[in-house]
Design a protein around this ligand. Sequence first.
Ligand code: HEM
Length: 410
Amino acid sequence: MDKTIGQLREQHRRDYDVYAQTTIAEHLAELADRREKCPVSFSADGGFWVLSSYDDMSSVLRRNNRGFISFPNMPDGSQAFGQKRMIPLEIDGSLHRQYRQILEPFFSPDAVAKLEPRIRRVANDLIDNFIERGRCDFDPEFAFPYPGTTFMALMGWPLEDAAKLTKWVDIFLHGIPGAPQEETDKARAEASAGVHGYVMELIEKRRTNRTDDITSHLLEAEIDGAPIPLEDLFDLFLVMMLAGLDTVQSVLGQSMAYLGRNPDKWAEMFSSPEKLEPAVEELLRWSSPAVPTRNVAAESAKVGDLELPKGERVHCPLGAANRDPKYFEDPDEVKFDRPPKPHLTFGLGAHRCIGVHLARLELKIAFTELHRRIPEFRLADGVEITEHLGLTWGVENVELVFEPGRRENA
Ligand code: HEM
């Protein structure tokens, strides 16, 4: 007789802490151990299944809309936006396809290529702010503001507002480190109101003064034959901004921390022009910050060797897929000349990252400009880099030192 879900859960139980206070490497080692001993495991803490192999994760993500849906996209089933679904991340089927059709032209390789001069300018403005000092706190001074400002360029929003907006988003996401909870809550509420007010005002201005950018286009777009409601537009903008923020920030931060410890790799990335692209792909594979969750929506669905019933949540820490030795030899090593096996850093299936071309361009420009202006750097003495897990894996305290240079932009 088939096992009940209770029996399956018990038999495969191995609790999993999404917010474990360990390093990313330790967490990946734990997932590697699961891959060997219990590749599909159940965490009673949070009530979700955890995948650990490349094949199982790609199989589940590929079947979005065919047995799986992406709402809620949180392992413990919580809802980031309260009762509302995150657009487009947590909507599926025809509604999701309509949003993707509206958005995709603005994220095509040709469309994002047009942003290149502005992105290069953003990168150099940020480098200008610290180049004369000969050191920088890479995360707040580059990795965080860079994708936020680039997002504003993509949307056609005034770049001079970037510092204000990214500051709000920073507080909204991370609170005020070290401050009492009350102060953080107050600052968070103000930041949230600040972002809301800013974006709503911008939408209002665009209604009367249309321009040829993604914001104006979305104001004219229709879903199910009607304009997108204002609050849904706001949610969509917020999700697009947040989706591209922590992720690019994490890949940049983790990469610069690694490259600071491995200066030969920094030199290798730029030893000839054709080296950069595979190097960026390898750093994306290796740093893999995103951790999507899917939900069984059919009567039941196969996950690994198990048949899970409707409603079960399945968590996909993509970093573990990208370290699966079945496809990546010495998976923990950064090797720029790996045989080209696609990594899962941008996910797969219906919700595969819409910003993939923009993200790759941002990374290429960031590394190129950083290398042009800072050909050699190292990690500052005595600084301890910290790492976090959670809903995006990342690093802090990436203090870099280098030969001081000159500002370039006025
Ligand atoms: C290195 C950088 C990035 C990584 C690693 C990354 C990763 C991902 C992943 C794994 C997903 C799928 C989530 C899921 O299946 O539940 C996703 C979706 C998404 N990403 Fe990215 N992303 C990056 C950059 C960006 C950028 C720059 C943007 C845009 C400004 C962006 C916008 C989005 C959006 C809107 C979605 C939702 C797509 C949908 O639901 O159809 N991402 N991203």
